[in-house]
Write a protein that binds this ligand. Structure first.
Ligand code: PAF
Length: 286
């Protein structure tokens, strides 16, 4: 596997592949790779002949009190995992190369409305940081396809809308959430949890499953399902941020006519390193 730190070297490689008529798939990550990330690479390999993975811990998407400094940097282990999974190249730009004019003077990309609800309401500026860096990375790599996990459901939607609104020549592919046997969605933040806390964290999946069954049984009472499941999480020891049933198309409150719904959850759990915010979601059709 090739490792590029400089954009010019990456572009040279991509243009060689293009001359050979090869298609390029891209998986942007912030590193600290786990099986969920590696499955994104498997998906990219199904859609493109060459796969590039970026590792960049993007300061623009972290709020002031968030865990930017604590975010684990595990480049050597990540490179080994990527090599074993058959990625063709890893791109690790520096913060200075991505934001040479600093974070505040930098042009940004913002997808309005959707960026301000749910996680966007609790993390102001987060989706602006995500959209800006993903736009930049897509411009740097210029892939045919880029793969993102559905675990970050709202993020995937922000990125799809950005690519569509800005007429970007890339297909955005969403991959199903990778889960542990307990149902817990794989996430780098699970690394902050002990085995016992991970077991507790799997309650999030269980609460979404009970909401999904309740939606099937009493589909017109979504607000009381949300309230019951929020209480279920609180009793289990979480501090729920939101437990919300939305429509899949735009993540707004569903009308009685909407059939394709998604349950979205964000909840805080106390862990050894402080408080960890976990998110998850489950699509449900009623
Ligand atoms: O999902 C992530 O890991 C990040 O938000 C992303 C898409 C790599 C942008 O920094």
């Amino acid at each position: 596997m090739k490792h590029f730190e400089q954009l010019s070297d990456l572009r040279e490689q991509v243009s060689q592949w293009r001359k050979q008529g090869l298609t390029v798939g891209f998986v942007p990550t912030m590193g600290n790779l786990h099986e969920g990330h590696l499955q994104l690479i498997d998906t990219a390999q199904k859609h493109a002949e060459k796969v590039i993975v970026s590792i960049f811990v993007n300061p623009m998407q972290f709020g002031e009190n968030e865990d930017l400094d604590a975010y684990p940097r595990t480049l050597e282990a990540d490179k080994t995992a990527l090599t074993m999974r058959g990625a063709d190249a890893v791109f690790t730009p520096s913060v200075k190369d991505v934001y040479p004019r600093g974070l505040t003077a930098q042009t940004f990309v913002e997808v309005p409305e959707i960026s301000n609800i749910l996680c966007g309401a609790s993390r102001p500026g987060h989706f602006r940081g995500v959209a800006t860096v993903v736009c930049k990375l897509l411009n740097m790599v210029q892939p045919d396809v880029a793969v993102f996990g559905k675990k970050d459901y709202q993020q995937l939607m922000v990125i799809r809308l950005m690519a569509q609104d800005l007429s970007m020549p890339v297909s955005i592919i969403g991959m199903e959430t990778s889960r542990e046997e307990s149902g817990l969605a794989r996430s780098s933040r699970n690394g902050f949890l002990s085995a016992e806390q991970k077991q507790l964290a799997s309650e999030i999946y269980k609460s979404m499953q009970s909401a999904a069954s309740a939606i099937q049984e009493q589909s017109n009472n979504l607000k009381s399902i949300e309230a019951d499941c929020t209480e279920q999480l609180r009793r289990a020891g979480f501090k729920p941020d939101y437990f919300s049933i939305r429509r899949q198309s735009d993540l707004l409150e569903p009308t009685t006519r909407d059939t394709d719904l998604v349950i979205l959850v964000a909840a805080y759990i106390e862990s050894a390193t402080g408080t960890t915010r976990l998110i998850d979601n489950l699509e449900v059709v009623r």
